[in-house]
Design a protein around this ligand. Structure first.
Ligand SMILES: [Zn+2]
Length: 302
């Protein structure tokens, strides 16, 4: 998981969200507000102006994704759903809040996260209270101090550590966390999304690691090419959509073009957290450090 770059929502869509939220907020008791929130959400593209507003919202959220329309939680599947970080079943006041939206895949949204959530109770403490929105009457959350990492506002890599150096590719709490509250938040987030218990994800992270390794090696080879022929030999090995080396152009220019194509391949691959952790943990693993040292220095900024 990575933090999303902040982005303002389209102003017309923002006005629509405010109007819908005002409707929810004025709907009586907590249970009534939850019911109203669910009803309006289910009809969000059917109410006046809703279809256009949510088309813009989805486009803005898509532009914010950590990869190409990729789920911001698992980084593995196509992001199909507008997900409420704070679930509307416990936080109806956030049903139409822009900062509470993130694109996620159906599996993360409905199978793992669903309506489950936890807060710190009391607020600002280290004690987690799991909410049980299926209880009736529906319980009012004691606080809104989230025990789940909110990637719209917080940097998940501050809390989490993906084990690249050890090769297990599972998440744990960041080893340098000292506060019990922050450790609890990391652990709860991993547990809620089952980020370390889904074999398909750990396997896919391993494959992503090998992909990034190979691209770094390609970059090094492109950087070190002494002739157009050497560079052409590398390009022939790469993906078929790489343009051929133009022998009429300066070698340096062609090297840069190939390196930028490799950069795009890295930046559009799934599991970007693996890439970020490779950069962060490179000094713990001599091989990773060497791949980066041999690649152009700018790779550390990708
Ligand atoms: Zn997902």
């Amino acid at each position: 998981m990575l933090q999303l770059n902040p982005k303002a929502v389209d102003p017309t869509a923002a006005a629509h969200l405010t109007a819908q939220q005002t409707d929810v907020d004025g709907s009586g008791s907590f249970s009534d507000r939850v019911e109203r929130a669910q009803g309006l959400w289910d009809r969000k593209t059917k109410v006046a102006g809703g279809a256009a507003a949510f088309q813009r919202i989805k486009a803005d959220l898509t532009a914010m994704c950590v990869g190409v329309e990729i789920c911001n939680y698992c980084e593995n599947n196509e992001a199909t759903d507008v997900e409420h970080i704070f679930p509307k079943s416990s936080f109806p006041e956030r049903t139409f809040e822009w900062e509470n939206y993130i694109l996620a895949c159906k599996t993360c949204n409905t199978t793992y996260k669903s309506d489950d959530y936890a807060v710190f109770d009391p607020a600002h403490s280290g004690t987690i209270k799991e909410l049980t929105p299926r209880d009736r009457p529906r319980p009012v959350p004691p606080t809104d101090d989230s025990a789940f990492i909110t990637p719209r506002l917080e940097d998940p890599l501050y809390f989490l550590w993906l084990d690249v150096a050890g090769g297990t590719f599972v998440f744990s709490e960041h080893p340098l966390l000292t506060s019990s509250r922050e450790k609890a938040k990391a652990a709860y987030t991993i547990k809620l999304l089952q980020l370390s218990d889904r074999p398909a994800l750990t396997e896919a992270r391993k494959k992503a690691f090998l992909f990034y390794r190979d691209r770094l090696r390609d970059c090094a080879e492109a950087e070190q090419a002494k002739t157009h022929t050497q560079l052409a030999r590398l390009v022939a090995k790469l993906e078929p959509d790489h343009e051929r080396v133009d022998r009429a152009k300066p070698l340096r220019q062609e090297q840069d073009r190939v390196i930028q194509a490799i950069r795009r391949a890295i930046q559009t691959n799934a599991h970007p957290t693996v890439w970020h952790e490779m950069k962060r943990q490179r000094q713990l693993v001599p091989a990773i450090d060497r791949w980066f040292a041999q690649a152009p220095a700018e790779a550390l900024t990708w």
